[in-house]
Design a binder for this molecule. Structure first.
Ligand SMILES: *Cc1c(COP(=O)(O)O)cnc(C)c1O
Length: 378
């Protein structure tokens, strides 16, 4: 191991099984958006999530759009979303011509604050999208109560939380409808891909119709509505079938990496690990830490720069969505979002990191932190 070794922040773990299924799909000729791997994946994914149905899509962004479109959300409607998320959550609302209403997150879970949601509900509100940020599920029991009371659709953007559980129940079955992403850096991946899970048969049927250009399933080339081509390929589904079979092993290995970081980086007031609410088993998407005490600005970026020089790739937390030009001026400040966004960093998290790799990364993180402390004392 030399200092020249660079560690990326994410990497897919592909085995002989992925190769075998992918070649099998390829040789069968079923390379497009029909084929046995698609059915197999949808069935097994729904089962694993404890949902009645799974609808595979070409990525996680269109999965969100498909949900909102199938629910009939459109111009004049409002959808409540957390200010701290990946931009796709807000964009899906915008694609419908609806307005995303941004609310702050909780410091104890980094997920949408149900009390802030309550305050944001108005006569135009149609749905709430909770995001399981950095693998930690949102507070679905509080959100469920609110949404039932106000007749709103509860959507879980579970793109980052495949493998998470709340009181033993997996994500994918905790909201009215949940969306997943299988982008290259997600817990399980097909390079690109997505899925929606739900136990509402009418919503599932509507999503299947819209996914396939809106074509009447009983009458070819008859399109009663404007739909989309949001289909996944059988090739991608073959990869996902293999990833799903190996999911427990993938999660176990990633958990081990996150646990080692958290065990070794107990160094307040410089770094804090992601908090976990009791009863929650977080998904090991990307090991997440906060740098510096609350209110710190700039230290995270310094740490990232030093780590980059030492060969450790990191990621800063998302920029608050209301700070992005398309959403600027949308709302009041969200102080928790702003603080997390300035302090949060993700460290390399992937199944193939060995114990030795993790040790090397930890040594480099400690060295980088020492540099920062020294600089701050001077
Ligand atoms: C990755 C991600 C998405 C979008 O997924 P793509 O497959 O990249 O389109 C949506 N929401 C969140 C929170 C994500 O992390």
């Amino acid at each position: 191991m030399t200092i020249d070794d660079r560690f990326p922040v994410a990497r897919p773990w592909l085995s002989d099984l992925e190769e075998h299924y992918l070649l099998d799909a390829l040789r069968s000729g079923w390379i497009s958006s029909q084929g046995p791997y698609l059915h197999r994946f949808e069935n097994r994914f729904a089962e694993r999530c404890g949902a009645a149905a799974a609808v595979a899509t070409s990525n996680g962004t269109v999965a969100l759009h498909l949900v909102l479109a199938a629910a009939g959300i459109g111009p004049g409607d409002e959808v409540v979303v957390p200010a701290l998320t990946y931009v796709a959550t807000a964009n899906a609302v915008t694609y419908c011509g609806a307005r995303p209403v941004f609310v702050d997150v909780l410091p104890e879970s980094w997920c949408i604050d149900p009390e802030q949601v309550r305050a944001a509900i108005g006569p135009r509100t149609r749905a709430v999208i909770a995001v399981d940020l950095y693998g930690h599920p949102a507070d679905y029991s509080a959100l469920r109560q609110l949404c039932t009371q106000h007749g709103l659709l509860l959507v879980a953007d579970a793109a980052e939380s495949f493998g998470a559980e709340v009181d033993g129940r997996p994500t994918g079955g905790l909201a009215d409808v949940s969306t997943f992403s299988f982008f290259g850096n997600k817990v399980i991946t097909a390079g690109e891909g997505g899925c929606v899970t739900t136990s509402d048969p009418a919503l599932a049927e509507r999503m299947r119709l819209l996914r396939n250009q809106g074509m009447d399933p009983n009458r070819r080339y008859y399109f009663p509505v404007v739909g989309f081509n949001y289909r996944l390929t059988n090739l991608a589904a073959a990869l996902l079938c293999a990833q799903l079979e190996r999911a427990d092993e993938i999660i176990r290995r990633r958990d081990r990496v996150v646990a080692a970081y958290e065990r070794e980086l107990v160094d307040p007031p410089l770094v804090w690990p992601q908090p976990v609410v009791p009863g929650v088993r977080r998904a090991p998407w990307m090991a997440s830490f906060l740098v510096g005490p609350p209110g710190t600005d700039g230290l995270r970026d310094e740490l990232a720069r030093v780590l980059d020089r030492l060969g450790v790739e990191t990621r800063p937390f998302f920029v608050p969505i209301p700070q992005l030009p398309p959403y600027a001026g949308a709302a009041e400040e969200q102080p928790v979002t702003l603080d997390l966004s300035r302090r949060g960093i993700n460290l390399p998290t992937y199944a193939e990191l060995t114990d030795v790799d993790v040790k090397v990364i930890l040594e480099r993180v400690r060295a980088a932190l020492a540099t920062l402390t020294a600089a701050r004392v001077d």
